[in-house]
Design a protein around this ligand. Structure first.
Ligand code: APR
Length: 317
């Protein structure tokens, strides 16, 4: 019996609940939101699809943390999107308040082996806030970004080459922002390097498109941000944890000790490849970065560090 609770029954949260129910990843799936009606409505709507889609998982909507007690996995998508006229900094402080209060509430209901995946933006910073606020070991808390950025990169490679996405392995690390680090050297098409099929300038275009992947969707949607691929990415991480797959994927994790030194990001959450299994982040992979990659990596880490410092200058963390 697995119990998964999704905090934030918005676009990502409700899409994820449907995918999880259809794939029967958990027996009980809770959608918790400050707006109880929409959370209950979306859960009921999903349940009403079950006779057709033929799944036995149960989806519930709630506004009460008591209902989500003792979940195996919590996924936090609660927060505000950036609205016109709002700076990134305004969003930072608004979503900080949301994540802080969600984590304080989770502390009252989680069990000692619960895992928590953070999705709310700015991702690496909100993951840091969660790591600092939750009463859980650091390896049980992680942020979703790299799986999504890598999926975008893989899709763009497939679209450009006309080769099946099934043959493509793409890897993106670093902070979830414009300075993310798509790793061309560690990305392959049927095991072959990208430049076997693509010219250097074509690869560079795909790298740039990946960095701006979120904005491309925001501009097309007109209102709101991406949710299908983000939900699929959370599903991939959740499966690795709940089914103890020990899969390697990039996640935003708290870096300390040997990993902190290797990645020159001691005490920050940034996206790196990790092994995900039943204990959460079971190992951080220490990637060998060449000079060019390291330069991009440092720039990305500095961007994350700056935002953490802005936050810490105003709040107690
Ligand atoms: N507790 C619970 N739910 C909350 C809280 C809170 N304190 N604050 C806001 N919410 C809920 C909102 O009511 C809304 O239903 O969070 C939900 C967010 O849903 P959407 O606005 O549809 O956002 P979504 O597209 O799902 O993205 C969620 O993930 O990728 C990031 O930038 C994105 O931060 C955003 C988050």
């Amino acid at each position: 019996m697995k119990k998964v609770s999704i905090i934030g029954a918005g676009n990502i949260g409700s899409t994820l609940a449907l995918i999880m129910a259809m794939k029967e990843l958990a027996n009980e799936i809770y959608l918790l939101d400050i707006h109880e009606g929409p959370a209950k409505g979306k859960a009921l709507d999903i349940m009403e699809s079950s006779p057709i889609l033929k799944f036995g998982a149960k989806v519930y909507g709630t506004a009460s943390y008591e209902d989500i007690k003792n979940s195996d996995l919590y996924i936090v998508t609660a927060g505000f999107p950036r609205k016109p006229g709002m700076t990134r900094e305004d969003l930072l402080f608004k979503n900080y308040e949301v994540i802080k209060s969600v984590c304080e509430n989770l502390n009252k209901v989680l069990k000692k082996d619960s895992k928590v995946i953070i999705v709310t933006n700015p991702l690496d910073i909100m993951t840091y806030v969660a790591v600092k606020t939750l009463n859980l070991p650091k390896n049980q808390v992680m942020g979703m970004a790299g799986v999504l950025d890598s999926a975008r990169f893989a899709y763009f490679i497939s679209e450009k080459t006309g080769i099946s996405v099934e043959n493509i392995k793409a890897s993106v690390i670093g902070g979830h922002g414009d300075d993310m680090v798509p790793l061309v050297r560690y990305s392959t098409i049927a095991g072959l390097p990208l430049n076997f099929f693509l010219k250097d300038e074509e690869i560079e275009e795909l790298v740039e498109r990946t960095r701006k992947g979120g904005t491309e969707i925001v501009n097309l949607l007109g209102t709101g941000s991406a949710y299908f691929a983000p939900a699929a990415s959370i599903f991939e991480m959740s499966t690795a944890i709940l089914q103890n797959k020990r899969k390697v994927m990039p996640c935003s994790v708290y870096l300390e000790g040997e990993a902190g030194k290797h990645y020159e990001a001691e005490g920050l959450c940034v996206g790196v490849p990790v092994i995900l299994g039943k204990d959460g982040v079971e190992e951080v992979i220490l990637l060998d970065l060449n000079d060019e990659e390291r330069k991009m990596w440092r720039k990305s880490v500095e961007s994350v560090r700056k935002v953490v410092e802005t936050l810490k200058s105003k709040v107690n963390l």
